[in-house]
Each structure stands twice: as structure tokens, then as C-alpha cells.
Ligand binder design. Structure first.
Ligand code: SF4
Length: 326
């Protein structure tokens, strides 16, 4: 076995082979988990991958709970285990079904679009699910004058700025505590220091940070943008797990985080030790289950989402076109 792995990583690779298992890791996972993962990606990429799996006996899913539940719905019966069942996304919790029902009463007839980062229960009460890359297309596809959108108010603002449709926040306080902390002053200092750098921001960042970026996109899109660009310096506003992945993948490029404190504590709940325990013991409490009723409703909303092509990058906010070549 390759010497580059630590003893814990080697143990996981052995167990993975014994169990005929796959390890999925979100782009924000600890780098040591990403290193032994079969697939890394953003929530949509991991969901899509789950639907393609054949010939494996189980998936260990290192991401937050709603992502693991999506994988369990889509994995064609392959059991999905989560290393730490307490890995919950606080952003997803902002739009609970009760809040959504109240909002629907306030705006009767207005369709509801929610971001992937929403709990499974809330997703089943919506008309469409979107990703950061497809949000604008999904909202526009409904042909409505008013759309209820959530739970992320910064992504809602991004959609508002790019469409003529009235966007009503399901929860105006909804935010990702990691991305909402990016500070425009910090970003501008870096831009001054590296004037030729391309700046990429996640759409969960505050509007002024998005405005200052050359590109706005999901983590999957960031990976793609850096791979395809001849530029060698990038300023990135997203969680540190992705920054570490990018720095490792592109030692020849300068990948600069806007803020090194951008760490999602929920994503980091998963550890190598917890993955080993899951693979050794297959504990019942780590098995991800979704009721059949919820699964059927989720599939319906996902099928509607798939009818749209909008799985690509979010609309680019290009401030200096000459710098960008994707
Ligand atoms: S980074 Fe933000 S949106 Fe993603 S899982 Fe963590 S809290 Fe949720």
C-alpha cells in the first residue's frame, strides 16, 4: 500500500475493500478524509454520483445530514452510512416546514424554490429544488411573478439581482455562518495585493463580497474554473476544506483563501476514526434512513429539477473579462 497514507487511512482503505464500500466526501471535509475518498464534490455532484452506483455494498457519506439523506434516496438501495449522525447544516434548519407553510399562506399561489441546503422534510413541501448554479434558471422556469425562496438570504439576493421576478425570502435571517462571515475589507486587501488574481466567491457570501468577485459559483464550479483557467493566482471565498483540496491539486498555482477561519464545524465532525468505526461495526445509528413517503416526494421534486439543464456554474459576474478564461 502507498506509503503516503497514514496508518488510520491505510486501515480505512483495507476495511473499504473488505466491505466493498465507497467513501464519498464533500469538498469541505477534512483533507485526510478527502485523500481516501472515492468521490469528492459538492452536494449536487455527490447526489448525482449516488444515483450511478452499482456493484458496491455500502456508501460511507462524509457530508452533512441532508446530503447523506439525498444519497440514501438516490442510491438504488445501497445502504448509506454517515460517520457522525450529528453533522447537521445550520443553514438548512432555517427553513422548517412550519415556517414554509406560514409563508405560503402569506403569499397564496406563489411557487416555492429551495436551495439544496434544506432539510429533507422541507424539500418535500416545495415546487422546485435548485443548486447555486441553477437557482436563476429554476426560478425563471416557473413563469411566476413572485417566488418564495430560501433558506439562504444571500443566494436569494443573488437571484433577485439577476431576475425581474419578485423574490420573497422564506426566512430573511437564513444564512450559512461560514460564508456569511466573509468580509469585504479583507477581500479588497487581498485584491490590492494580488491585482492579477481571479476572485471566486460562493453565492452564500454576503452581496458585497459577491459583487467584488470575478466569478460566483458553487464549490464544484470553483474546482472546474481553476482547472480550466490559465491564470495562476486565485482568491477564493469559501470553506477551507476546498481551499486545501485546491492547493494540493494545483501546487503550481497560488490559491489564496479570503479568510483562513472559514471552517464548517459541522462538516468537520467526521473524522478518520469515526469512518473506521462505521466500517468495522456498521452501527445502526449511523445508517441513514428516509421514510418511503418522503423518498417518493423527494424523487418527484428532483425529477422536476433534472428536467432543467441548469446544473452548470452560476452566472458569472465578470468585472475584468480579459482575466477570465474558463
Ligand atoms: S458550510 Fe454552511 S451551508 Fe455548508 S454545511 Fe456548513 S453551515 Fe451548512
Amino acid at each position: 500500500m502507498d506509503k503516503k497514507y497514514t496508518d488510520l487511512q491505510k486501515r480505512i482503505l483495507e476495511l473499504k475493500a473488505e466491505r466493498n464500500a465507497l467513501i464519498f466526501a464533500h469538498n469541505y471535509q477534512r483533507i485526510e478524509i478527502q485523500e481516501i475518498a472515492d468521490f469528492t464534490g459538492d452536494s449536487l455532484q455527490l447526489a448525482q454520483k449516488s444515483a450511478e452506483i452499482t456493484g458496491y455494498d455500502l456508501i460511507v457519506f462524509s457530508g452533512v445530514r441532508f446530503m447523506a439523506e439525498m444519497a440514501a434516496v438516490l442510491s438504488n438501495g445501497v445502504p448509506v452510512y454517515i460517520p457522525d449522525p450529528g453533522a447537521l447544516c445550520p443553514l438548512a434548519a432555517y427553513a422548517n416546514p412550519e415556517k414554509l407553510r406560514k409563508k405560503k399562506e402569506e403569499y397564496p399561489g406563489a411557487p416555492v424554490v429551495v436551495y439544496m441546503n434544506t432539510t429533507t422534510e422541507t424539500k418535500t413541501e416545495t415546487d422546485r429544488i435548485c443548486t447555486s448554479g441553477s437557482a436563476i434558471e429554476v426560478v425563471e422556469s416557473l413563469g411566476a411573478e413572485t417566488v418564495l425562496f430560501g433558506p439562504d438570504a444571500n443566494l436569494a439576493e443573488y437571484v433577485r439581482r439577476h431576475t425581474d421576478i419578485e423574490i420573497i425570502d422564506i426566512e430573511p435571517r437564513g444564512h450559512c455562518y461560514v460564508h456569511n462571515q466573509f468580509d469585504i475589507a479583507q477581500l479588497m486587501l487581498l485584491k490590492e495585493e494580488y491585482p492579477d488574481a481571479i476572485t471566486i466567491a460562493h453565492p452564500e457570501c454576503p452581496p458585497e463580497v459577491q459583487e467584488a468577485a470575478d466569478i460566483i459559483g458553487s464549490t464544484g464550479m470553483m474546482v472546474q474554473a481553476i482547472e480550466n483557467s490559465p491564470n495562476d493566482t486565485f482568491i477564493i471565498a469559501t470553506e477551507m476544506g476546498l481551499i486545501q483540496q485546491l492547493q494540493k491539486a494545483h501546487p503550481d498555482k497560488k490559491i489564496l483563501p479570503v479568510w483562513e477561519g472559514a471552517i464548517c464545524r459541522q462538516m468537520k465532525k467526521h473524522t478518520l476514526e469515526k469512518i473506521i468505526r462505521v466500517l468495522e461495526e456498521l452501527p445502526e445509528e449511523n445508517l441513514v434512513t428516509v421514510s418511503e413517503e418522503l423518498a417518493v416526494e423527494i424523487m418527484t421534486v428532483l425529477e422536476q429539477m433534472n428536467k432543467l439543464k441548469g446544473q452548470g456554474p452560476a452566472k458569472k459576474v465578470v468585472t475584468e473579462t480579459a482575466k477570465i478564461s474558463l
